[in-house]
Design a protein around this ligand. Structure first.
Ligand SMILES: [Cu+2]
Length: 263
């Protein structure tokens, strides 16, 4: 059979186009890591999210090395936590679920964009190389204030990142001459030990205590304060650990006023 040269040329071009179209569609479907929501992340009862260990305390947890888990709960019309901070050069596994209706979890300027369906846990893994700030928003219309549903993702330089927290507990009042205790709890969200120093500043006194906090744990630090050194009056105090601080005011009353009131 004799095929005309132009006919052959057009057949060849048509074949190239067909193969090209199939290739671009295949790349678009699997190349950029786009996936349909499925039950990989597991299911969850939306009514008992607060009791579920994955979401009872949503936020950032250190897995190991430069890998972190971030759990997020979406609800009309906010995300919990509203602000997420992770270090640069990290691999982040997001787990997101909804408390009420269908939302989305979209990190603007990245390819993080998933539907968030009540009863399902959406899961994505993303690498963040450079520090930066990203907006988070909801792409699924979810009610009257849908347009206000937003969050923030901060990718900070590695040396500015940690998961240290400090909480304190102390009496508001003490009687002059008595000892009182200011208790601090230092928690460490990383999975290795944190060796650091807790510093109490009260009046013109500074007391330091070295503390080693186990990975994913917390450690109590007790500061004994002698009120005789402070004198009566209000004394502001702070406990500082690695730039994090918590504090309050201690009122020292004279032995005759206040106190038990049975003078
Ligand atoms: Cu929404």
């Amino acid at each position: 059979m004799n095929i005309h040269t132009y006919e052959k040329a057009w057949l060849a071009i048509a074949m190239v186009l067909i193969v090209g179209f199939i290739a671009t569609i295949t790349y678009g479907a699997v190349g950029p890591g786009i996936a349909m929501i499925d039950d990989d992340g597991g299911t969850i009862d939306p009514d008992t999210i607060n009791d579920d260990e994955r979401f009872s305390d949503p936020g950032v947890t250190h897995v190991s090395g430069n890998e972190y888990n971030v759990s997020v709960v979406a609800q009309a019309w906010s995300y919990t936590p509203g602000e997420i901070t992770v270090p640069a050069n990290s691999t982040v596994n997001f787990h997101v679920t909804s408390r009420d209706v269908t939302h989305s979890f979209t990190v603007v300027g990245t390819n993080v964009n998933t539907m968030v369906v009540p009863g399902q846990v959406s899961q994505m893994t993303v690498e963040f190389d450079e520090p930066g700030e990203y907006g988070i928003l909801c792409n699924e219309y979810c009610g009257e204030y849908h347009h206000t549903m937003e969050g923030k993702l901060n990718v900070v330089p590695e040396d500015e990142f940690d998961l240290t927290e400090v909480d304190t507990e102390a009496p508001d009042e003490a009687q002059l001459g008595n000892e009182t205790t200011i208790n601090a709890t230092v928690s460490n969200g990383m999975n290795y030990d944190l060796e650091t120093t807790a510093t109490l500043e009260i009046g013109d006194q500074t007391v330091e205590q070295d503390v080693t906090v186990p990975g994913h744990g917390s450690e109590a630090v007790a500061f004994e304060v002698d009120t005789a050194d402070l004198g009566t009056g209000d004394h502001d105090w702070t406990v500082t650990v690695d730039g994090y601080e918590d504090g309050d005011t201690l009122t020292v009353t004279s032995a005759t006023e206040g106190g038990d009131g049975d003078a």
